[in-house]
Design a protein around this ligand. Structure first.
Ligand SMILES: [Zn+2]
Length: 115
């Protein structure tokens, strides 16, 4: 199934193929601040329907992940990077997907804070 996602104001819109879950809730300082609930998919499963240049991007630490966010409304719908296996990967914030029942998703808690 294809799910529609966007930031709050719609400046960033995309669709992603697959079924969300289990999703990752990480307690590191960055994930906590953003409130991410992340679903990892191959980057090719995600199609941006708005211009790439309309997104702002935050990186930190090793700068290996591009955390995209909307410069207008501040929502952070997804990030992208390269997985350990060398595959281009997107981390979709399922909170920014329409028609997904968040309470029905299996959540895996990751202790990123102590790493
Ligand atoms: Zn926005």
């Amino acid at each position: 199934m294809t799910h529609q996602g966007s930031c709050h104001c719609g400046r960033i819109a995309f669709e992603v193929d697959g079924e969300p879950g289990p999703v990752i809730e990480c307690n590191c300082s960055h994930c906590s601040a953003k409130g991410y609930l992340l679903w990892f998919v191959p980057r090719e499963s995600l199609r941006l329907s708005t211009p790439e240049a309309d997104m702002s991007t935050y990186t930190f630490n090793t700068h290996s992940i591009q955390h995209h966010f909307c410069p207008v409304c501040g929502a952070a719908p997804f990030g992208e990077g390269t997985g350990p296996d060398g595959v281009a990967t997107a981390a979709v914030n399922v909170r920014c997907l329409q028609d997904v029942d968040l309470s029905a998703l299996e959540v895996k808690h990751v202790d990123g804070r102590s790493r």
